[in-house]
Design a protein around this ligand. Structure first.
Ligand SMILES: [Zn+2]
Length: 270
């Protein structure tokens, strides 16, 4: 089975080499090591250095960095890094994770800072011709507005503008993101007992826009709940996706892996 984890995080304090080894043993052929702040960006670079051609780094600043005093300098650096031409294995293959999170009750000023940081990085990715790994929580309308304004029309037309990571529905959100060239990352939440509404939304998404992810170290799928999540666990999520689509897990794995390679590593495509 060929699996691909399109969104996972590494901490430099982890035994990254061992996690990558277990991922390969579980059938993964690649993964996107996703940044979001200084520590996560460092973890993503480290994973890419340990496993070139297998761990592909996405770099960026997420919503939690938006109100930091040095957010502007940091955003400039992150944007510059995403813009670097992909000459080495450690160059960013995407901007991520970036996005908006209004679930913690941010003030109007904090929301505005989140939007500015997000828009800037989507624009940098568009300029570099790279996709984005986007986080959006309780911020559908603002996410859509920024993507409509900043996504590269070429990438949108090619269906390569990015992934909405950790998609939880509703189907109507997916339908509005499809014309912007977005795919949808299905995490371990797909396996949760209380996720019927997500499982019901999945068939509305065209198969060529479905991706698997773990968002590790968070969101371990059933039956690994309570464990620290890692990319190898995507092997559990694919079984549930197969069931939803009425196909074998093998086929669900090939479809989502093809989609992931087309989106995140078109040059490495086998
Ligand atoms: Zn994440």
């Amino acid at each position: 089975m060929d699996l691909f984890d399109t969104h996972c995080h590494f901490d430099a304090a982890d035994d990254i080499a061992a996690i990558l080894e277990r991922a390969r043993a579980a059938g993964l052929v690649g993964l996107v090591a996703v940044g979001g702040d200084d520590a996560a960006n460092a973890g993503a670079r480290l994973a890419a250095r340990l496993a070139p051609g297998f761990a592909f780094p996405a770099l960026g600043l997420d919503w939690s960095c938006a109100s930091a005093p040095d957010a502007d300098d940091a955003a400039q650096l992150a944007a510059a890094e995403v813009g670097v031409s992909p000459a080495s294995a450690q160059s960013a293959i995407a901007a991520g994770e970036i996005g908006l999170d209004y679930s913690h009750g941010p003030t109007a000023a904090e929301k505005a800072a989140q939007r500015a940081l997000f828009a800037r990085q989507v624009a940098a990715a568009a300029e570099a011709g790279l996709p984005c790994s986007v986080h959006s929580r309780e911020a559908e309308e603002d996410t859509l507005a920024i993507l409509r304004e900043c996504v590269s029309p070429t990438l949108a037309a090619e269906g390569r503008a990015g992934s909405l990571h950790c998609f939880v529905g509703p189907a109507s959100f997916a339908e509005r993101l499809l014309p912007l060239g977005f795919s949808f990352g299905l995490s371990g939440i797909l396996t949760f007992r209380n996720a019927d509404s997500l499982r019901a939304a999945v068939p509305a998404i065209p198969r060529e826009r479905l991706l698997l992810e773990t968002d590790s170290p968070y969101l371990a799928p059933v039956p690994m709940r309570g464990r620290k999540c890692e990319p190898a666990f995507v092997a559990h999520t694919v079984r549930v996706l197969g069931k939803i689509l009425g196909i074998e897990p093998d086929e669900a794995a090939s479809i989502t892996t093809e989609n992931a390679m087309r989106l995140f590593c078109p040059k490495a495509r086998r």
